[in-house]
Design a protein around this ligand. Structure first.
Ligand code: NAD
Length: 454
């Protein structure tokens, strides 16, 4: 089907991230007819939501009050694990969704963590570095023993970075002197227990997943990254490193964007020049030799691979028909809504889903945690070699599961009828649904083997 023949949905679609995350799970559970519905309900819902409120004496605007969240979705496979983001639009449901995706992501790549996420409702653009430091310290004190090296381990996310992680470590260390606390947080600066390769890990993991998926025939007629044209939305940790790594791998980065807008050059953009320009001016826009484009336009530029690496709900029912990319690699969490996903599926545009494509970050976070617990520092080559093996195995696992499910639809449908499960007959699955099936099966198996307590 061509973009012209697909009509855009008439009804505004559901954009609540937690509803979307639950729907993705429900969809996967339909392909697991023998999964106990009560157990599935338990796996799907978050274990714990913490809400804290606190004041900060800001440098420019007097005393301001802030709300912070931490959600632990699951600790079935290990301690909670997930980033902390600072954003003015953050909501509890967004954090719930992000925490649940962490559970499925850690299961998919097989690292021994559960899922968690957190954040503070604030606008870093309107706060000084000192305000942000105070917010971080106060947030961590308010969370108290809800985080810890063996209970729940934060990491960087939108608008937080290695420096924020250093402050989190320092604050926790002040409260728990006399023990090795390095493992309380990952994504730290390398000289404070961070892992070599962690800063690049999310994008590098995405590159490995792309390479493996292409070699497995996910995009017919394309077997390698070299020569592909790439557009990247978002130019922070995930997006700017992705631009560099895909460029180094021989791809042509033809468009990049940040919150102010984007740039396009069909002959290719030099990522180093874009990074330098953004550092000097605050945005990628205005880079010499490129045409400025809007945040809408960046998503619909002609290219082989579109990499959303900014925020959620960017590819929706109202713009998915206009996307010209042949494949999508989700470095951001939740960038594609279910309506957009259905359109891409119909149009044979494969989507390498977030819980696979951006799992390199949490994988190297796990390596960092292991190094911290053993007081070791691994060479970057070793980190990257281990990362590649894990990402390849996870990609193979998802593709194999897709093939397996699509080859056993008759059996699965017969089993559903026998068990009296409701709903439409099962159809072929996307890579996302296959990924969720792998992850839900893994978490369910551990939950059952551990036993439902007491
Ligand atoms: P970041 O804060 O470093 O960068 C975010 C970027 O997105 C910035 O360049 C910002 O200007 C841009 N942006 C914001 N709104 C935009 C818009 N409407 N259009 C275009 N650009 C916009 O954050 P990050 O750590 O790179 O995270 C980006 C995404 O990747 C998030 O979804 C995050 O959850 C996900 N992710 C990050 C990591 C990690 O290790 N940092 C790991 C896994 C997933």
């Amino acid at each position: 089907m061509t973009p012209d023949t697909i009509s855009e949905p008439k009804v505004a679609e559901e954009l609540n991230l937690f509803v979307i995350a639950q729907r993705q799970c429900d969809n996967a559970a339909r392909y697991l007819p023998s999964l106990d519905p009560g157990l599935f309900e338990f796996l799907k819902r978050p274990d714990k939501l913490i809400i804290v409120e606190f004041p900060i004496a800001t440098t420019a605007r007097g005393v301001r009050n802030f709300v912070g969240y931490r959600v632990v979705h699951s600790r079935i496979r290990g301690p909670g694990k997930g980033g902390i983001r600072y954003h003015p639009d953050l909501t509890a449901d967004e954090v719930r969704a992000l925490a649940s995706w962490m559970t499925w992501k850690t299961a998919l790549v097989g690292v021994p963590f559960g899922g968690a996420k957190g954040g503070v409702v604030c606008d870093p653009k309107r706060l000084s570095a000192e305000d942000l430091r105070h917010i971080t310290r106060r947030f961590i004190v308010e969370l108290g023993d809800n985080i810890g090296p063996h209970t729940d381990i934060p990491a960087p996310d939108v608008n937080t970075n290695a420096e924020t992680m250093a402050i989190i470590y320092d604050t926790y260390e002040m409260m728990h002197a006399g023990q090795n606390n390095l493992g309380v947080v990952t994504g730290k600066p390398v000289h404070i227990g961070g892992s070599l390769g962690r800063r690049e890990a999310t994008a590098r993991g995405g590159l490995f997943v792309t390479r493996r998926a292409l070699s497995r025939g996910v995009l017919p007629g394309v077997t390698e990254i070299e020569g592909l044209s790439i557009v990247i939305q978002g130019f922070g940790n995930a997006g700017s490193v992705a631009a560099t790594l895909y460029h180094e791998a021989g791809a042509r980065v033809v468009g990049v964007s940040d919150s102010r807008g984007g740039i396009h050059n069909a002959d290719g953009i030099d990522p180093a020049a874009a990074i330098d320009h953004k550092e000097k001016t605050g945005s990628v826009q205005g880079l010499a030799g490129c045409r400025d484009v809007t945040n809408d336009e960046i998503l619909t530029l002609p290219c082989d691979v579109l990499i959303p690496a900014a925020l959620e709900n960017q590819l929706r029912g109202d713009n998915a028909c206009r996307v010209q990319a042949r494949m999508i690699v989700e470095l951001a969490n939740g960038p594609t809504t279910p309506d957009a996903e259905a359109i891409f599926f119909e149009r044979d545009i494969p989507v390498l889903p977030d819980i696979l494509a951006n799992a390199g970050g949490v994988t190297v976070s796990y390596f960092e945690w292991v190094q911290n617990n053993k007081n070791e520092q691994w060479e970057e080559e070793e980190v990257n070699r281990r990362l590649e093996r894990i990402m390849n195995e996870a990609t193979d696992g998802v593709i194999d599961k897709q093939v397996e499910l699509n080859g056993s639809l008759d059996t699965l449908n017969a089993e559903r009828v026998k068990l009296g499960r409701d709903g439409e007959p099962l159809g072929p699955v996307s890579l996302r649904t296959a990924a969720f099936v792998v992850a839900v099966e893994r978490v369910a198996r551990v939950a059952l083997d551990r036993g439902i307590w007491p």
